[in-house]
Design a protein around this ligand. Structure first.
Ligand SMILES: Cc1cc2nc3c(=O)[nH]c(=O)nc-3n(C[C@H](O)[C@H](O)[C@H](O)COP(=O)(O)OP(=O)(O)OC[C@H]3O[C@@H](n4cnc5c(N)ncnc54)[C@H](O)[C@@H]3O)c2cc1C
Length: 277
């Protein structure tokens, strides 16, 4: 049986998120959402900076790096629901904080050097967000299906060249693209295998040579979320930017996300529904 009684801490952060939605999100969300150019509709930087000031941008990150140190998934869901009541897209900043924390605090994925470098950078820079880049023109849902044929899933490749990986391909519809300072990019490193075996996760900084960005995708609703094309043309990153072993596989990589995204997104949809009715 689940005891859904909220703790005093959970009630306090839920109320804070609700106040943030009333005072910061709702006054500007409608105007942003109606911008004719989708690039002008996004919530960053203004709302992101305001989220940073109240600790929402870094909520999940361990306190030793300067974050809020909130690991509890249920609290993330409570906050997501309130933010989404303001505007559904703003939950993206919470997902960013949750994802970088889950990926970099997983012993099987990240070294202490990687953890220290990037979690510190995230907390110190009020504009810092990440992407988790899987989707491509011909692979969306199928990245998450059990099918594991070599023809299934994303096709962006990375080939080892000395102390670097050389990445080629294109992602699209990935949240925060072009704004995020660090991209967690899923690449095929063994195309003779399906994505459960032949996939590696690489960290690609926004200024990596060979990384560029294309058009901002427009959407019906959810327009404050930034979705944009991402191109890799002989894009180079050092081998030390790899998380976990080469060919770790998508299931192993995503097991460290604790299914958190799905539940946080679901809570966001409840907030959206509350706002609608
Ligand atoms: C706002 C937004 C934010 C996003 N953020 C990210 C992100 O941060 N990172 C990222 O990598 N991607 C992101 N995406 C992309 C998202 O993950 C994909 O849109 C999603 O996986 C669906 O893929 P698709 O759009 O290619 O649709 P498709 O996979 O082509 O699906 C189209 C339709 O077919 C159905 N369908 C597909 N396969 C089957 C099947 N085998 N059996 C029955 N029905 C099926 C689907 O349910 C759907 O209704 C985002 C998308 C949006 C809209």
């Amino acid at each position: 049986m689940i005891d859904a009684q909220l703790t005093p801490e959970q009630i306090a952060i839920q109320e804070m998120a609700h106040e943030f939605a009333i005072n910061e999100i709702r006054p500007i969300a409608m105007e942003l959402d109606h911008a004719s150019d989708p690039a002008d509709a996004v919530y960053m930087p203004r709302l992101l900076r305001n989220m940073d000031e109240v600790g929402l941008r870094t909520m999940s990150i361990p306190e030793e790096y300067g974050g809020g140190g909130i690991d509890d998934l249920f609290t993330h869901c409570l906050v997501a629901e309130e933010l989404a009541w303001g505007d559904r897209a703003v939950v993206g900043a919470l997902l960013s904080s949750n994802k970088i924390t889950r990926l970099l605090t997983a012993e099987a994925l990240a070294t202490k050097e990687q953890r220290d470098k990037w979690l510190t950078a995230y907390c110190e820079d009020p504009d810092f967000l990440i992407t988790q880049a899987m989707t491509e023109a011909n692979s969306g849902s199928e990245n998450l299906l059990p099918y594991d044929g070599v023809d299934g899933g994303f096709q962006t490749t990375a080939v080892r060249d000395g102390d670097e990986y050389v990445i080629n391909g294109a992602k699209r519809f990935v949240s925060n693209t072009g704004w995020a300072k660090l991209n967690f990019v899923y690449v095929r490193t063994d195309k003779s295998k399906g994505i459960n075996e032949g996939v590696t996760l690489l960290m690609v900084p926004i200024d990596a040579p060979g990384l560029s960005f294309g058009r901002v995708h427009d959407k019906m609703g959810y327009r404050l979320n930034l979705n944009r094309e991402m191109f890799f043309n002989d894009c180079r990153v050092p081998v030390e930017n790899r998380l976990g072993p080469e060919n770790y596989g998508i299931s192993n990589i995503n097991s460290h996300l604790r299914a958190g995204d799905g539940l946080i997104n679901a809570a966001g949809m409840i907030g959206l529904a509350r706002a609608a009715y």
